[in-house]
Write a protein that binds this ligand. Structure first.
Ligand SMILES: Nc1nc2c(ncn2[C@@H]2O[C@H](COP(=O)(O)OP(=O)(O)OP(=O)(O)O)[C@@H](O)[C@H]2O)c(=O)[nH]1
Ligand SMILES: C[S@@+](CC[C@H](N)C(=O)[O-])C[C@H]1O[C@@H](n2cnc3c(N)ncnc32)[C@H](O)[C@@H]1O
Ligand code: SF4
Ligand code: SF4
Length: 351
């Protein structure tokens, strides 16, 4: 199998840093600074959401290519201590698929105390691990949940696991992993159930955000004309709820918020396509194989695993990372003529 068939994009090392100011933190040519690190720790997943994974799952990453727990902790330490990262999020694939997740979290909590450690998860099995993860030092979780209708859930995720997800969300709240935020990708088939999902989240005391689907599905079926835009969702929610526009918590937050029925509850919309927030992007990503990926949509990645295993020091790794960020793309370019989706799908990048 070729690397392209496995969904592994071009890996370049090193990137040119010509013109880069001599500063420690992660700056790019467009004046943006990355403070938010997202670490994918696996390509494996317990679900097969149609907008993300192929039915058969992603090709397995050979064990020797996957970062170990200690390697992940080391790179997180480099990001925080040398590059100015202020928040770390574990994602995937499904982070709960890694048995050593608690060890990764505990290692980071010990080495970068005070830095918020979050996780984005589908919550399958979280019921049994939420307390342990909180004890290990996890700060909060965001959970993917697109519908509270069991048949719809099974169809969209290709797995009948809704009860486990709902139990996982409740366990996260009980363990104090808050604020618990819920991510729902907007799909034509679940749009009608959006008010029920919002009502469920209001009742459970969790913060719902709807997300516009991006062209990051492994099956390459995304089409602009089929995407449910934020405006259409607002019209549907507006039939049942009174919504008052609030805006963003901070300029680089993907979610715009609306107050529901006068507050204090809110609903968010992450309109990555129709109201792109690339100009204020503050993200940098590590893939599960240890490459730096500066933009979701850019297939050009910088390898850190190879140099790390060949004995590179922390400052050498930081230098490679700074070069990757300096070459970050201006934005996703979905609306541009000739746009082509990246080789990696969302689950293979770490959403
Ligand atoms: N375009 C774009 N969308 C992103 C990016 N990161 C996350 N998203 C989208 O935003 C959704 C929610 O992401 P989360 O992992 O919950 O993170 P977040 O919204 O940044 O987290 P909070 O700090 O809790 O608000 C993802 O499912 C993606 O669809 C990004 O860098 N670019
Ligand atoms: C790839 S998942 C990984 C973490 C975990 N498995 C989960 O589902 O939360 C991260 C986020 O990406 C989102 N996502 C996946 N495919 C997407 C797409 N095509 N467009 C927008 N968001 C997507 C999911 O809804 C989820 O919130
Ligand atoms: S969105 Fe998350 S849960 Fe769904 S298939 Fe992708 S990685 Fe798995
Ligand atoms: S698409 Fe790229 S530039 Fe835009 S917000 Fe996402 S990671 Fe940042």
């Amino acid at each position: 199998m070729t690397t392209v068939e496995m969904g592994i994009p071009t890996v370049r090392t090193p990137a040119s840093s010509a013109g880069r100011p001599d500063v420690a933190h992660l700056v790019d040519r467009f004046g943006r600074v990355a403070r938010d690190l997202r670490v994918s720790i696996t390509e494996k997943c317990s679900l097969r959401c149609t907008y993300c994974m192929p039915e058969e799952g992603l090709p397995a990453i050979p064990a020797e290519r996957l970062l170990t727990a200690d390697e992940i902790v080391r790179l997180v330490v480099v990001a925080v201590r040398r590059l100015g990262v202020r928040e770390v999020r574990f994602t995937g694939g499904e982070p709960l698929m890694r048995a050593d997740l608690e060890r990764i979290v505990a290692g980071c909590a010990a080495r970068v105390p005070g830095v918020p450690l979050a996780m984005t998860t589908n919550a399958v099995g979280l019921e049994h691990r939420a307390r342990g993860l909180a004890a290990a030092g996890l700060t909060r979780v965001n959970v993917s949940l697109d519908t509270v209708e069991r048949g719809q859930f099974a169809k969209l995720t290709r797995r009948d696991r809704l009860p486990s997800v709902l139990a996982g969300i409740r366990a996260a709240v009980a363990a104090g992993l808050s604020p618990v935020k819920i991510n729902a990708v907007l799909m034509p088939e679940t749009l009608g159930g959006a008010p029920d999902l919002l009502q469920w989240c209001l009742d459970e005391g969790v913060q719902l955000r709807f997300i516009e689907e991006m062209p990051l599905d492994a099956d390459h079926e995304w089409a602009r004309e089929n995407m449910v835009p934020a405006d259409r969702l607002l019209a549907v929610l507006g039939e049942r709820f009174d919504l008052g526009e609030i805006g963003r918590d901070d300029p680089s937050a993907p979610a715009e918020k609306w107050r529901v029925n006068g507050g204090p509850s809110t609903v968010g919309i992450i309109a990555s396509v129709s109201r792109s927030f690339c100009a204020d992007c503050d993200r940098t990503r590590l893939t599960a194989e240890g490459t730096v990926r500066s933009c979701l949509f850019s297939d050009s990645e910088i390898d850190l695993r190879g140099p790390m295993r060949s004995g590179a020091g922390d400052e050498e790794l930081a230098l490679l990372w700074r070069g990757a960020m300096w070459n970050k793309w201006v934005g996703h370019g979905i609306e541009a003529d000739g746009f082509a989706p990246p080789v990696r799908s969302m689950g293979a990048i770490g959403g």
